[in-house]
Write a protein that binds this ligand. Structure first.
Ligand code: HXC
Length: 267
């Protein structure tokens, strides 16, 4: 017999003006986990810029976020593989809001493929989106984040803690992201900038799960907490890590997976 514990929404747990006056810059914010993070931070007072390749979808998401939260959200179309377009997104954010406090590096690409069938370009594409894209985002935002003594959250994974079949490309990229976050934390800590990683497990209703979970496969009973995560679970972790309550936490990885990777065979 199991009793599942679900998460509270951020409004029930955190004080409503926790991020008042703060500005969030989020890559991959159009949908899924990152949308939920931005929505939660905005509902606690932040304004935001969301970044992604799909200009139309991005604009729709920004408008929805504004309606849901009453805060301001800028949509800046950019590809994290293109430093110039990212710098332009940062420039627009500074022009609109005057600052960037917290950066969520969430843009990612993934698909299932065995190494034997993974072309050099396929491997490179995922490494360029996930790892190089994170580096590009850091480079573009760091001057403003230094000014505000803000912080970074990188959305990683647990796939690379063990060998996950058909995920060589993303596992290699996410291992790099984890290392990059720790290096950033070490270099920028003396300037008051923090950098942490959130490693989500199986999160229901996300594009990642749609792509990776074999049709019909049930994972809930493999997870110690007996359910897939929700995007709210990840958003709550992000709120904590960006809040003053985490002022002494940097170079850390917060795994939010209901205990999954320790116990489950595979995704
Ligand atoms: C093998 C594949 C493939 C597949 C693409 N490729 N899909 N190879 N199996 N299923 C190859 C292509 O053939 C090509 O190589 C190369 O990858 C680049 O493909 P393009 O389509 O040209 O690239 P692009 O348009 O830039 O698209 C990038 C993408 C795409 C990653 C391939 O899927 C994408 O844009 N995804 C964004 C959204 C996404 O993936 N979200 C899920 C994130 S989930 P060749 O050799 O033919 O040129 C996530 C969670 C991880 O990250 C952790 C989960 C627990």
């Amino acid at each position: 017999m199991s009793s599942k514990v679900s998460s509270n929404s951020s409004n029930e747990t955190f004080k409503p003006d926790l991020f008042k006056g703060k500005v969030i810059f989020c890559t991959g914010g159009r949908s899924g986990i990152c949308y939920s993070i931005v929505q939660s931070l905005m509902s606690l007072g932040a304004d935001a810029c969301i970044v992604g390749r799909d200009a139309k979808g991005l604009q729709e998401s920004a408008e929805r976020l504004q309606q849901q939260t009453g805060r301001k959200c800028l949509a800046a179309a950019a590809d994290v593989r293109d430093p110039k377009s990212l710098s332009e997104a940062v420039r627009k954010t500074e022009e609109r809001f005057g600052r960037i406090d917290h950066v969520i590096c969430g843009a990612a690409g993934n698909f299932l493929a065995p190494i034997s069938n993974l072309s050099e370009n396929a491997f490179r594409t995922v490494v360029e989106i996930d790892l190089l894209g994170t580096y590009n985002t850091i480079r573009a935002t760091l001057p403003l984040v230094r000014q505000s003594r803000g912080s970074y959250i990188h959305i990683s994974a647990t796939l690379h803690y063990r060998g996950t079949p058909y995920q060589a490309h993303v596992s290699a990229a996410k291992a790099g992201v984890d290392a990059l976050s720790r290096a950033l934390a070490a270099e920028e800590g003396p300037r008051g900038v923090r950098s942490n990683v959130i490693a989500p497990g199986p999160i229901a209703g996300t594009e990642g799960m749609d792509r990776l979970l074999p049709k019909g496969k049930k994972v809930d009973t493999e997870i110690p907490l007996q359910r897939q995560g929700s995007t709210t679970d990840i958003a709550n972790a992000a709120i904590f890590l960006l809040s003053p309550a985490a002022a002494y936490i940097t170079a850390a990885t917060l795994v939010v997976d209901g205990g999954h990777w320790h116990t489950a065979s595979q995704i």
